[in-house]
Design a protein around this ligand. Structure first.
Ligand code: BTN
Length: 251
């Protein structure tokens, strides 16, 4: 059984917890090494976006993983991470988060957390850095985020308890990552994700993969986590990268 043993390093300020952890991984850091920063000055999001990371307004966290599952199953690591964040938000703050494909956590249809998983080459082999940004408060949120993002404080009406959320997150990551390494674990992760996400099936969405834009109804996940999308012509597209957003139907 794969047992993850997280060990947390804390920083006041970093450009990006993912970048700093990649540096430590290239120097031989062990699986489970984690970084938390109070602020990031160059926080990064998916699809080359920036991740606004003002001091004290978020949990900015990264963990180093050295998975032993076949590499074609590595995309499921981000699904396991999203499930772990959903568990942690529920356990620590009583928030029932939705998951938007592949790994955005939503509360009241607004984004409360994002996950950025990056594969890196290290002298000890290929590894993955999973970066997690949970919005704790909306203090210092840029104006353009106010309609699309929310925070633990806004969802609960209480001051967020960063350390309680972090402790719950470490426990949940350990559970889901162990499950991923068990026989039938990948199938269980896909099933759990499907169960927790309103985006898994019969959701009218628009997908932008950087080259093309498709609209259609979601129709479950492939075993590797690709999203099935049924287009109006009846064709089923497999989405492995890109941005998904919900579309309100006309009726
Ligand atoms: C997304 O675009 O939704 C993913 C955002 C991931 C942000 C986190 S914050 C901690 C870690 N360090 C980074 O630079 N990014 C990730």
């Amino acid at each position: 059984m794969t047992l993850l043993k997280p060990r947390v390093l804390r920083f006041e300020s970093l450009p990006s917890t993912n970048t700093e952890l990649a540096r430590l991984a290239s120097e031989g850091a062990e699986e489970g090494l984690s970084i938390v920063a109070d602020e990031q000055t160059a926080g990064r999001g998916r699809l080359q976006r920036t991740w606004s990371s003002p001091k004290g307004a978020g949990l900015y966290f990264s963990i180093l993983l050295r998975p032993t599952i076949p590499q074609d199953q590595w995309p499921l690591i981000t699904f396991a991470a999203a499930l772990a964040v959903a568990d942690a938000l529920h356990e620590a703050s009583d928030i029932q988060a939705d998951i938007k494909w592949p790994n955005d956590l939503l509360s009241g249809e607004r984004k409360i957390c994002g996950v950025l998983a990056e594969t890196i080459e290290t002298p000890a082999g290929r590894a993955v850095i999973v970066g997690i940004g949970i919005n704790l408060t909306q203090n210092a949120f840029p104006a353009e985020l106010s309609n699309v993002a929310t925070s633990v404080a806004a969802a609960t009406g209480r001051p967020p308890e960063r350390e309680v959320i972090l402790a719950a997150l470490l426990r949940a990551l350990t559970r889901w990552y162990s499950l991923l390494h068990e026989p039938a674990g990948p199938e269980k992760i896909v099933a759990a994700w499907t169960n927790r996400s309103s985006y898994a099936s019969d959701k009218l969405v628009q997908v932008n993969n950087g080259n093309e834009v498709w609209q259609g109804l979601t129709s479950g996940l492939e075993p590797d986590g690709a999203l099935r999308l049924k287009t109006p012509t009846g064709e089923v597209k497999l989405v492995r990268a890109g941005d998904v957003c919900s579309v309100r139907s006309a009726d």
